[in-house]
Design a protein around this ligand. Structure first.
Ligand SMILES: [Zn+2]
Length: 115
């Protein structure tokens, strides 16, 4: 069952994850908030590699943003006292699931997205 000790443990994990994600996002973004455009060189191969890296950065950036959003929402649920309650069905999410996915907002049966 979800007790206070369990919630505090996951809160620590989520805060660490949030700090980690923010650090990663500050690395892939420049000051304008856009992913950095890498400069490998000026040959055609270099330019193709730059485009591939740029696209990978955008994809990475998007995943990190999404994950950060889930983590931030989970911390908000802890603050609101609704952590560990399935947002769709209203039942308690199993501790096994919350250990595997601390930011989970739904039980396995009501999982609308892959985390
Ligand atoms: Zn549910």
């Amino acid at each position: 069952m979800i007790d206070n000790t369990f919630i505090q443990k996951n809160k620590t994990l989520l805060e660490q994850e949030k700090a980690h994600l923010q650090k990663l996002l500050s690395r892939v973004e420049d000051k304008s908030g856009a992913p950095k455009y890498p400069d490998f060189g000026s040959t055609e191969d270099d330019n193709a590699a730059e485009v591939a890296a740029y696209e990978a950065n955008i994809a990475e950036d998007y995943d990190l943003e999404k994950k950060l959003k889930f983590v931030t929402e989970a911390l908000a649920r802890i603050a609101a006292g609704s952590y560990g309650i399935c947002e769709i069905g209203g039942e308690e999410i199993s501790t096994a699931r919350l250990e595997a996915v601390p930011e989970a907002a739904n039980c396995v049966d009501h999982e609308p997205r892959q985390i």
